[in-house]
Design a protein. Structure first.
Lengths: 230, 232
């Protein structure tokens, strides 16, 4: 059975776990439709006869609430923010992701460490430091990168609930209005994600196209991984 | 980011006490503060695992015994980062003497004893300023165990390293786990220039040594370091 690969030193009890399923990550900035596509991909995989588990960013039982509280209070510095994300990720990795992979599940991760690294880097933290911090995270079998240009993303976000303080990176650009801040922040995030795409071999999908077409491409990417046609 | 390997260059002074549970470091740091306060030195005190940020999560994880070594490590780093930002750097900038009961060395020792990679842990804490003085109260595990037993009824689950399932007996687990922790501390003496205090000596003798070191660091007259004057 395949051992998982790690970018850095993971404690033994994590490193010895086996991946009998597949770890599939869906990355992309806010508003690109990640959760919709994760739900659709899940259904499709289940129809194919695969058991699926999902995990989502900041949804850890233990620290999810602490993150929400801290966001509401606006007191978190970038460094602390990054560390608390690492707590959340670690908790979900150990309690949800690894047990599911060991049991042969397909794990669909709505965002992964790349989100945390990009957020931290955009906010000025030392990139090698952040990457080392998350180096206990197993390398996914597939990373699907849903991409939409910031201008188009802005329109989409405005139509679906509006811009939120953190998504707009207002903590990073207090001098700008919410729209300009959103644009500046998402543009810097995309620059980092585009770089990661090359380095980590993300499968990029143009998420500005109609949802059915995007989903078709997602299924093709997953199909290529598991040897079925979408 | 500041690096733990370089001097902080801030006007204040950072004094750290380290050692296993039952080493007596807390008593020593309290006596040190009494003396510094008596000399009207501006003091700021901070202790391990005390920020409100992840307190609930850590407490709950400890209560339910669901903290894995890595999560234990990350939660403590989060707590430390928050205190470093609000309770350590600002008082140092304000020229105060910061007394920290436990510092990054506690994390390095415990994390490594739990199988977390030592290089990874050191890298994670590389934002922490370097202490001006770091005391390590070295004590044999059995002596520490005896002290804790006489001070309170029961050893704590994580303090005894019960999460590692080294032994079903709390006492035996404490012994095995803290022996590992001591070995990690001993390795750090040279690596980080920790000042070793023999914590089996009488409390007063240890305190005299601590005050002499602190006096030298702060440029205070060494005279009178042996007396503890009561206040109020």
């Amino acid at each position: 059975m395949p051992k998982m690969k790690f970018p850095g030193p993971a404690p033994d009890y994590i490193a010895r776990a086996e991946n009998r399923g597949k770890l599939i990550v869906v990355e992309g900035t806010d508003g690109v439709g990640r959760s919709t596509h994760v739900a659709m991909a899940r259904k499709w995989l289940e129809v194919q006869g695969h058991a699926v588990a999902e995990t989502g960013w900041t949804r850890s039982k233990l620290v999810g609430q602490a993150i929400d509280d801290a966001k509401a209070g606006h007191t978190l510095a970038s460094l602390t923010f990054t560390l608390i994300y690492a707590c959340d990720f670690c908790d979900r990795l150990e309690k949800e992701v690894i047990p599911a992979l060991s049991a042969g599940y397909f794990v669909l991760a709505d965002r992964y460490i790349y989100t945390a690294i990009a957020r931290a880097v955009v906010r000025g933290l030392d990139e090698p430091w952040v990457r080392d911090l998350f180096s206990f995270a197993p390398i996914p079998d597939l990373v699907i990168y849903l991409r939409v240009d910031p201008n188009q993303l802005a329109r989409r976000v405005l139509l679906t609930g509006g811009m939120d303080y953190w998504e707009a990176g207002k903590d990073h650009h207090p001098e700008l209005d919410i729209y300009d801040s959103f644009l500046a922040y998402q543009t810097s995030s995309l620059t980092v994600f585009d770089r990661f795409k090359k380095e980590f071999g993300f499968v990029e999908i143009d998420a500005a196209r109609p949802a059915e077409l995007v989903q078709e491409q997602i299924r093709q990417a997953i199909g290529a991984l598991i040897g079925v046609s979408a | 980011m500041a690096k733990a390997s370089s001097n902080h260059g801030l006007p204040g002074t950072l004094i750290v006490v380290e050692g296993i549970d039952g080493s007596g470091k807390t008593t020593q740091q309290q006596l040190l503060r009494k003396w510094l306060e008596d000399r009207a030195m501006p003091i700021f005190y901070t202790e391990w695992n005390s920020s409100s940020l992840v307190k609930k999560a850590t407490k709950e994880g400890k209560k339910k015994a669901t903290l894995t070594p890595l999560l234990f490590s990350l939660l403590h780093a989060t707590d430390f980062a928050d205190r470093h930002l609000y309770q350590i750097v600002p008082p140092l900038k304000a020229g105060m003497t910061v007394v920290a009961d436990r510092y990054v060395y506690t994390a390095f020792a415990r994390d490594a004893a739990r199988g977390v990679h030592p290089v990874w842990a050191r890298r994670m804490y590389s934002f922490a300023v370097k202490p001006d003085l770091a005391f390590y109260f070295r004590v044999p595990v059995d002596v520490a165990l005896e002290r804790l037993r006489s001070a309170r009824a029961k050893l704590k689950y994580y303090e005894a390293g019960m999460d590692l399932a080294l032994s079903p007996s709390l006492d035996e687990s404490f012994r095995l786990f803290q022996t590992r922790v001591v070995a990690e501390y001993d390795k750090m003496v040279e690596e980080f220039g920790l000042v070793v205090i023999d914590a089996q000596r009488p409390i007063h003798a240890q305190q005299k040594e601590v005050r002499a070191q602190v006096a030298r660091k702060l440029g205070l007259p060494v005279r009178g370091t042996g007396t503890v004057r009561a206040r109020g």
